[in-house]
Design a protein around this ligand. Sequence first.
Ligand code: G1P
Length: 296
Amino acid sequence: MAIEVAVVPVAGRGTRLLPLTKSQPKEMLPVGQKPVVQYVAEELLLSGVRRLLFVTGPGKTAIENHFDINEGLIQNLRENGQEDLLETLDYEREEVDYFYTRQRRQLGLGHAVLCARPVVAHQPFVVALGDSIIGLHAQSQIVRRMTGIFEREKADAVIAFERVLPEDVVHYGIAEVRNEEDDFFELASLVEKPAVTEAPSCLAVAARYVFQPRIFDYLERTAAGKGNEIQLTDAIGSLIADGGRVLGVTLSAAERRFDIGNFPSYFQAFFEFAMEDPQYGEELRGFAKKILERGR
Ligand code: G1P
């Protein structure tokens, strides 16, 4: 059975991007011609997901507005002879159901996912963090690849990983690998944001997960951990400790993760998406070349 529902946590405050995120969600920041969250939705639809459940928080209504069908705007464009712009709104017509629930207290990512329980109930589901795009212009099928392995291997969870530099392990959930198979590896444990000296590997959780609904039982029992937040990583760790089959897939070069959670990687993502823009990329590449030749 295909996995139909994806939970997209978008409740985080975005403090690492202040003042940009003071009055707008980081998930609505532009990366090239679209806001981050539109790429996330497009990626999920490309992988066969048909229901998106956003777990929102204070100041996030712009996300809901973005996915509404705005009849007034459409009519306006028609009346003003701007029909050529209508195609920029095609995404509004996608065959997808949107659901929104609120994380009423900021208790961490694990708690945000737990807020989805009443809607997701007893079905397997995807979690896609709303501040990360996978693949240039989100043209990756990572989630389809993960759900394929999830079903074939009868896993309890499948998690996407990317290799990071040792000095960066402190920012991520890090895998301890039990054994490697052809297109996945099995996890022995998972640790949230370890010190370099304690990291079991350099394989970092990369914003995409597939779960059996039993993860909710573990989230219910998970106490606050790193940063005094209820961590999804800790619930997965307990699932593994209980004998759960938790598998990792490593992102390929075409499935690179663009992290919109901090300035250096946000700048890089915008720069690369704009440089590769089908409409304006070529001109921008020329412009960038001129600036670089001019020197500093
Ligand atoms: C979260 C997770 C972490 C993961 C990261 C990127 O951290 O807790 O395990 O590696 O997303 O997917 P955050 O970036 O919210 O601090």
